[in-house]
Ligand binder design. Structure first.
Ligand SMILES: [Zn+2]
Length: 329
């Protein structure tokens, strides 16, 4: 049947009717709130390119976590800014590292216990050169070495799990790191700690503001020899297959908005839970438009998140988590 018997507008007439036929839902529990943890006390340092986002000392992180829990947010994604950096990223796997300390503090907070604590596993925030692995000099410049980095990533994953991370999330894009982390966890009594792998992380301009937030910009070169080329969706599927073979329990797609087709393709290909990361640049460009009064803030935030859910992501890491949770309440 077609027009005039069929009229698509019949089901759009009222909000209750639209709600009844809505295909995709968005709830505070679907949202993961990323936090940047720095040394000190009562520190709440604004990040210029990300209005509303801060570097937070551990006491402030606990307060944010309590608020996030009261809003029904699903979890936190934790990044660290260490006191000092070196070529071996020793702050990443230090038992007294900044994220390890924060995890212990969060585990002592009754409110924060309602959240899933996800610890990012990477070296770039802890290396003096800002790359995600060990760097060696070569004739033509430098190389980020894959295999020697695996041991450090495995130590980092284990150290974070032992400090209380509910999930460890490797984001470095070294080959073989999921297997290395899985075996370190299994060997040391953390067989129940899940791995959320950033399986197909693209080399993206949209990470720009994050590098200010996490103080992790590479001091030379770029990350194109380990992060993926934005043109490649078949390669993304291979990355996902390999990470799952190595033991990843779930995958996180990153960035989200410019790669919604990749999220959809992953959703149709694999049966593990899939999350997506609405990355710093996606957040900052929306914030810039809000500041100029060019977009309706509340509607644009929810629409941007709904689009990611509709593409196939079950959960979303977003800097809008608190704002969105309030809008959804
Ligand atoms: Zn990294």
């Amino acid at each position: 049947m077609s027009f005039p018997e069929t009229r698509m507008r019949r089901l759009r007439q009222t909000e209750p009717l639209r709600a009844l036929v809505r295909e995709t839902s968005l709830n505070p529990g679907d949202l993961i709130y990323p936090l940047f943890i720095c040394p000190g006390e009562a520190v709440r340092r604004p990040i210029g390119s990300m209005p509303g986002v801060f570097n937070l000392s551990i006491d402030e992180v606990v307060r944010e976590a309590e608020e996030a829990a009261s809003l029904g947010i699903g979890g936190l994604l934790l990044f660290g800014l260490p006191e000092s950096k070196d070529e071996q990223a020793s702050g990443a796997y230090d038992d007294k590292g900044i994220v390890q300390q924060a995890l212990r503090a969060l585990k002592n907070s009754p409110a924060a216990k309602k959240l899933v604590l996800i610890a990012d596993v990477c070296l770039c925030e802890y290396t003096s050169h800002g790359h995600c692995g060990i760097v060696s000099e070569t004739r033509d410049g430098f190389e980020v070495e894959n295999d020697p980095s695996l041991d450090l990533l495995a130590r980092t994953g284990l150290s974070l799990a032992q400090a209380g991370a509910d999930i460890v999330a490797p984001s470095d894009m070294m080959d073989g790191r999921v297997a290395a982390i899985r075996s370190a966890l299994d060997d040391e009594g953390c067989a129940n700690t899940p791995i959320l792998s950033y399986a197909s992380k693209f080399a993206s301009a949209f990470y720009g503001p994050f590098r200010e937030a996490a103080d992790s910009a590479p001091q030379f070169g770029d990350r194109k020899t380990y992060q993926m080329d934005g043109a490649n969706i078949r390669e993304a599927m291979r990355e996902i297959d390999l990470d799952l073979e190595e033991g990843a329990d779930m995958i996180l797609m990153k960035p989200a908005m410019p790669y919604l087709d990749v999220i959809r393709a992953a959703r149709e290909r694999v049966d593990v839970p899939i999350g997506a990361y609405q990355v710093s640049g996606e957040y900052s460009m929306l914030q810039a438009a809000f500041e100029k009064g060019w977009l309706d803030r509340d509607r644009a935030i929810l629409e941007s998140l709904l689009g990611i859910r509709r593409a196939g992501a079950g959960f979303i890491a977003t800097y809008f988590a608190k704002v969105a949770a309030k809008l959804l309440a």
